[in-house]
Design a protein around this ligand. Structure first.
Ligand SMILES: O=C(O)CCC(=O)C(=O)O
Ligand SMILES: [Fe+2]
Length: 341
């Protein structure tokens, strides 16, 4: 089998040390053939069937969206640009958005300082690097026409943001109907201006056993909904009936998963999806994840949880991540749950 050279200079130094210069070339979708058929439920946005949607939310908390209306040219352009940005040297990536609302991170989720997980043992590190993009602040990004990369990123992400907001709104309203929720405060429960994108690269990983090669460890998202665009290389797995199921990257489809806020809003009728991301020995992986939240000060009321706002939730998550190394999540707010300190 032939070999390919990795652009090690583009890897965060902690990853460089643990990665060989070359790797074996594999067929692009080899990793995805682990599972020939994909049991992930399909939801068609163009002819949205509320019963199918409700079933997928209940059974899986995750589904594959088809006919979503995001032009494939936009997805292709984004894929191309994202690959190019991550291929820059580590130092250039750190410097790229220094004075903008976009931030670069590696080794952890975007919430904690890069590399901090390493101090709790190298196995705690997420084998990932990314950019955190608060979408409503995109216009503050470098307007300088002389930097074509930033200019393209701004333009493409502006476009992408509109599609994500449209899709999230359509899905959420259908979910609300299925759950018979009062549509009165729909815009507060899912607030498009809170939309956030994380653009990821999962570098090639040589130093870990297959069973420990996590780009992102098992988690639930804090969002109402999350929408994932994955390009060519798979790795996203969802936990269902005591098994991990690979959500294959199928062309022109998006993966949608429910987050903790959806679980709280639906009073546990729907659960947030437990998922993780595996990394490959052979191929770098890119994805773009869109998260949308309730309005920060909107009080979520339900019989299973103490009233809380997303702001309260976020503050508690940050506290837990700092003190315990991981998120406790919704259980902090459940009636009769662990006492909050
Ligand atoms: O990269 C992916 O496919 C998913 C990322 C993810 O789970 C997250 O950002 O919360
Ligand atoms: Fe996630």
């Amino acid at each position: 089998m032939s070999e390919t050279t990795i652009n090690l200079e583009s890897y965060p130094p902690m990853f460089q040390q643990q990665t060989n210069q070359t790797t074996q070339k594999h067929e692009p979708d080899d990793h995805n053939r682990i599972q020939e058929t994909d049991p992930i439920p399909l939801i068609d946005l163009q002819s949205l069937n509320p019963d199918n949607l409700a079933q997928a939310c209940k059974d899986w908390a995750l589904f594959r969206l088809v006919n979503h209306g995001v032009p494939s040219t936009l997805l292709n352009q984004l894929q191309h640009l994202v690959t190019k940005i991550f291929d820059l040297s580590f130092e250039s990536k750190q410097a790229l958005f220094e004075t903008s609302p976009v931030s670069y991170f590696w080794g952890t989720s975007a919430l904690t300082p890069s590399g901090s997980a390493y101090s709790r043992g190298p196995e705690n590190m997420n084998w990932v690097e990314g950019f955190n993009v608060p979408l409503c602040k995109l216009s503050q990004l470098e307007q300088d026409e002389e930097d074509p990369m930033l200019c393209s990123l701004r333009l493409l992400m502006e476009e992408y943001r509109k599609h994500m907001a449209r899709i999230a709104r359509a899905l959420f309203e259908a979910m609300e109907m299925g759950l018979k929720l009062d549509p009165e405060q729909s815009k507060s429960k899912l607030s498009e201006p809170t939309g956030l994108a994380r653009i990821y690269r999962y570098p090639i990983c040589h130093s870990r056993e297959e069973a420990e090669a996590w780009g992102i460890h098992k988690h639930t998202d804090s969002s109402v909904l999350s929408i994932v665009a994955q390009f060519e290389v798979g790795g996203l797995e969802v936990f269902k009936d005591d098994k991990w199921i690979l959500a294959r990257p199928i062309l022109d489809t998006l993966i949608v998963n429910l987050g903790d806020m959806m679980q709280a809003i639906s009073n546990d009728e729907y659960k947030s999806a437990i998922h993780r991301v595996k990394v490959s020995k052979y191929k770098e992986r890119n994805s773009i994840c869109y998260f949308v939240f309730p309005e920060e000060n909107y009080v979520i009321q339900s019989s299973n949880y103490k009233p809380f706002t997303y702001r309260d939730f976020q503050a508690q998550v940050q506290k837990d991540v700092k003190n315990l190394g991981s998120k406790v999540g919704l259980e902090r707010f459940r009636f009769y749950g662990p006492v909050m300190d």
